[in-house]
Design a binder for this molecule. Structure first.
Ligand SMILES: CCCCCCCC/C=C\CCCCCCCC(=O)N[C@@H](CC(N)=O)C(=O)O
Ligand SMILES: [Zn+2]
Ligand SMILES: [Zn+2]
Length: 522
């Protein structure tokens, strides 16, 4: 995928809009009799004066700047790779535990913080608040990373944390050690500066998120459930600040994930009697399976753009586009099929439109002169919020359309519920306020998280789960997630520390200001 394909190609959209003009004008006349067309669907969500909560300033001196960066680089150098559910680098996980205790001595010794190791390598912190009437919240991040091979084309070894041109390179720099270290570094500085929270909060650091969080996140949830904990909201990894990624948009957009896609892993298999390769049948098990896989790739799942939370993203961003895009985005009920056609052309925007189908494993054969008995393929599908695992399975069944191909669901779950994001949503608005104080140039919008996170295990503890880190993603950066040359700028890592430092303090507010009183825009 090129930088160019990673951007939402606005020129193509303009071209299509022009070509469709006659059609659109006609449709508009008819439709306007039934629905209202608008020029600016979401020109301003206003909230009133925010009670002052940031009593401790987030200034960082040169010594701290060096210190926080060195702590982060040490974290990147530890290869905490998860390869499969049973292949974790437990030596590295042990080292990571020691690192946390070494670089965050105040967090581990403060009488304000309770700490517990869960499932050997995950961490749960509890910082009780002074006001017991305030419902606690929780910050999540994960310690493990996906594997990385230097020979894939890394410009710096993936566990070197090498600094180049103001960036730290390494596996985990944006997924997700920036949050692990950023959250604890912020807490360390808050405690050193005498902070004690009014609203209690938990911090959960999973050690096996990249292989589904069955040990870490699931056991942390068990511990919390035993204690009868309910949470005001959760903030986990997920979406980011997109700068220049959505072309045509004026300024950067911070997308806060209010839901995440579901997942299904489906195994396709074909069995045929083995035999001598000198007398092959007309169709082999491999050939039959390859045909099935090809049909799946040739027939993607339907475009569902506009039927899930991604619709809200564009409605929130509409006022930051120029005409005619602003008009198109403000009237999604009319234009979503058109936008969908444009967005499906690039893999990263396609992911927001539909259930995606990825063939990730294909195995068969043991010897060149033996007809293989078994051919197997694994298909990994990420389910759009308007579909279910069951519907996806039925679609696969009918697309494959060959009874010789056995179709089995290996594992799967439906898309996650949509969290609140209106003017009364405590979690969403507090995250938004913290972001806008720090990055006033950013437009904040709800979004759909296209990958899965540990937070999906926490749905019994809260109805409001947000997936976001203030990591700046610029054109070309989306491929760095699980790819080569994963990196973060030194400045951005420092911004993350400041963000969590301020967020924790902002959460001390008892309740949101009334949305109807005048003043400060959120
Ligand atoms: C409006 C469209 C613009 C397109 C821009 C794309 C923005 C991409 C920004 C962030 C990338 C998303 C990364 C999400 C976190 C994924 C976490 C993850 O890797 N999870 C694994 C493991 C698991 N828990 O299942 C996964 O396989 O999903
Ligand atoms: Zn992650
Ligand atoms: Zn990941």
């Amino acid at each position: 995928m090129t930088d160019r394909s990673a951007t939402f190609n606005i020129l193509k959209l303009v071209k299509i809009v022009s070509l469709s003009l006659l059609f659109v004008v006609l449709v508009c006349f008819v439709a306007a009799t039934l629905r209202t067309l608008t020029f600016d669907v979401n020109a301003g969500l206003q909230l009133a004066h925010w009670e002052k909560t940031n009593n401790i300033a987030s200034d960082i001196n040169q010594h701290q700047r060096n210190e926080l960066l060195e702590n982060f680089r040490e974290a990147i150098r530890i290869p905490t790779m998860s390869t499969t559910k049973t292949q974790l680098n437990i030596t590295a996980l042990g080292e990571f535990d020691s690192l946390l205790r070494k670089v965050f001595p105040t967090v581990f010794s403060s009488h304000l913080v309770q700490h517990e190791v869960v499932a050997n390598y995950s961490h749960l912190f509890w910082v009780p608040g002074s006001d017991l009437a305030l419902v606690p919240y929780m910050l999540l991040a994960h310690i493990d990373v996906v594997p990385a091979d230097e020979n894939d084309g890394w410009e710096a070894p993936p566990f070197s944390a090498k600094e180049m041109d103001g960036f730290i390179y390494g596996r985990g720099t944006i997924d997700n050690k920036q949050s692990v270290m950023g959250i604890l570094q912020a807490l360390e500085y808050l405690l050193i500066r005498g902070y004690s929270p009014q609203r209690g909060f938990f911090i959960g650091l999973g050690h096996d998120e990249e292989v589904s969080g069955l040990q870490g996140a699931m056991n942390i949830v068990k511990v919390l459930k035993k204690k009868g904990v309910q949470l005001a909201f959760i903030l986990d990894e997920g979406l980011a600040v997109l700068d220049g990624v959505i072309s045509g948009l004026q300024g950067p957009a911070a997308l806060i994930g209010i839901s995440e896609k579901g997942k299904a892993t489906v195994k396709l298999s074909v069995f045929k009697a083995p035999g001598h390769s000198s007398m092959p049948p007309r169709e082999s098990s491999i050939g039959i399976l390859a045909g099935a896989v090809k049909r799946l790739e040739d027939n993607p799942m339907p475009i569902l753009f506009g039927e899930g939370p991604e619709r809200r993203t564009f409605e929130h961003l509409a006022h930051r586009f120029g005409l005619p895009i602003k008009f198109v985005m403000s009237n999604m009920w009319l234009f979503s099929p058109l936008i969908g056609r444009v967005m499906e052309r690039s893999p990263d925007t396609n992911a927001f439109l539909r259930t995606t189908t990825a063939v990730t494993m294909f195995n068969s054969g043991v010897k060149v002169n033996v007809l293989p008995s078994l051919a197997e393929a694994y298909v990994n599908l990420r389910i759009h919020p308007a579909q279910t695992v069951q519907e996806v399975l039925e679609f696969i069944q009918s697309t494959v359309g060959d009874e010789r191909v056995k179709i089995e669901l290996v594992d799967g779950f439906d898309p996650l519920p949509v969290s609140s994001y209106d003017e009364t949503s405590f979690g969403f608005q507090t995250i938004k306020k913290t972001l806008l104080d720090q990055f006033p140039q950013v437009t904040v919008a709800p979004g759909l998280c296209i990958g899965n996170t540990d937070s999906r295990h926490y749905t019994d503890l809260t109805k409001d789960i947000y997936r976001f880190t203030p990591t700046w993603i610029r054109p070309g950066d989306t491929q760095r997630f699980h790819g080569i040359n994963e990196r973060i700028s030194k400045e951005n890592y420092e911004e993350l520390v400041v963000f969590y430092f301020n967020l924790i303090q902002n959460c001390d507010i008892k309740e949101l200001p009334s949305p109807h009183s005048a003043g400060h825009e959120l």
